[in-house]
Ligand binder design. Structure first.
Ligand code: GLV
Ligand code: MN
Ligand code: MN
Length: 413
């Protein structure tokens, strides 16, 4: 194969351009699933795919597939991809590097004269981020069959609007039953992503190859107490949903630190109280709690402790509690031979690399259930992510794109 040239300036321009498509004031990126910004972002990416000569299709939940046909149509394709939706107050690299970087990888392969045997397919996954429905990776969960269409049909946002209403409004057609992929429909899946942690930068290592993805879970707790006048309702009479929520948030911290493992982490990232008036006792609270671990046993033990503590707190405070486990996922083990292939590519290119665990979740968590999968991590400044100051330099992105391109070429033949 001819040597590859990655046009990193062009890729950086595209990353910068996409970051301006946001619901917030740049440099803050907010692109929540099926918002106007998400829809415009999708159009931006689709146009780049068309310019790169890729054939586009979308499924019923809006997963986008951009395909470069292979010489041998009988062979299963190789897939890559990531997401462009972004949580509120995010940066410009999470997910985007894996989508725009994959387009650049394909352009570089085409420019080099490479003609793959297997098709190479880029997937832009719907709703990797959990913002709209409280659960992440909706697209890849449906593709892998981990999420059933029946359960997906029950998803409602905070205003009661369903996934079906949102997807139809976004122009998606067809039934959710049509999304699931047959097993081994791809020869491999490789996702390029920023590390979202500090290890690669600290160890001056250009590429991380993911062997395992930590097990995520999310609890939603709805608390109903009794509201009233902040001056008139005396303290012994109160059934304050906000205070019960505050105690639960502290119980989350206690439960995850109490496992004794630094790998157990818990975050009460959503905490809303109603009516939200300074002179009114909170009558309702909504908590969304994220608990993760590299080991299932300690993650599940922490989840159990949190649920027990929440029940005790709400009973004592006479607040009604409804708990939903939105997702409780096992970790993913990546494919050993694909990990070795990526390591071999790094060695050929003289790129310093190491195997690692992903503490963040990704669509690869679910693609790993369908086909051999792994991820290519690149460093990001101070390990910062899910913040507007998230940053990877062009010099850090380029090796990741190069390794992705060579890996796709190697697997596709
Ligand atoms: C993905 O964005 C995650 O929260 O790990
Ligand atoms: Mn993210
Ligand atoms: Mn991501």
């Amino acid at each position: 194969m001819n040597p590859l040239t990655i046009d990193i300036q062009r890729l950086q321009r595209e990353i910068d351009e996409l970051s301006l498509i946001t619901e917030a004031e740049p440099p803050v990126v907010t692109r929540v699933l099926f918002s106007e910004a998400d829809l415009r972002g999708r159009e931006f990416v689709k146009e780049l795919c068309r310019e790169a000569g890729l054939a586009l299709r979308a499924d019923a939940v809006g997963n986008i597939f951009a395909r470069w046909d292979g010489a041998n149509g009988k062979l299963s394709p190789v897939a890559t991809g990531s997401h462009i939706d972004a949580i509120p107050n995010a940066g410009r690299y999470d997910g985007v590097v894996g989508v725009l970087g994959a387009i650049e990888a394909i352009r570089a392969l085409k420019k080099s004269g490479h003609r793959p045997q297997r098709a190479i397919e880029l997937i832009i996954f719907t709703a990797e981020e959990p913002t709209r429905f409280g659960i992440g990776c909706i697209g890849s969960r449906l593709l892998s069959g981990v999420l059933t269409p029946d359960r997906a049909a029950t998803f409602r946002d905070r205003d009661g609007k369903s996934l079906d209403e949102w997807r139809r409004g976004a122009g998606c057609s067809g039934s959710l039953d049509s999304i699931r992929l047959p097993k081994d429909c791809y020869a491999a899946f490789v996702e390029l992503h920023i590390e979202q942690g500090p290890i690669l930068e600290q160890e001056k290592t250009a590429v991380g190859i993911v062997e395992k993805i930590a097990a995520p879970s999310t609890l939603r707790m709805q608390l109903t107490g009794v509201g009233g006048h902040a001056g008139a309702v005396l303290m012994p009479e109160r059934r304050d949903a906000g205070l019960a929520g505050a105690e639960i948030a502290l119980a989350v911290e206690r439960a995850v630190t109490g496992t004794g493992s630094p790998d157990t982490v818990g975050t009460t990232g959503v905490f809303r109280i109603e009516p939200g008036a300074v002179n009114s006792v909170p009558c309702r609270a909504l908590l969304e709690i994220d608990v993760r671990d590299t080991k299932l046993a300690t993650r599940d033990a922490a989840l159990g402790l949190i649920e027990t503590a929440a029940a005790e707190i709400c009973k004592r405070r006479q607040v009604a509690l409804q708990t939903n486990r939105l997702n409780v996922d096992p970790p993913a083990i990546c494919d050993g031979s694909l990990v070795a292939t990526v390591a071999g590519v790094c060695r050929q290119l003289g790129i310093l690399h190491k195997n690692m665990i992903s503490r963040a979740y990704h669509d690869t968590l679910f693609m790993a259930q369908v086909c051999p999968s792994t991820m290519i991590f690149i460093p990001c400044r101070n390990g910062v992510s899910h913040r507007p100051d998230e940053f990877s330099s062009p010099g850090q992105i380029e090796p990741g794109v190069h390794v992705l391109a060579q890996t796709l070429a190697q697997v596709a033949g």
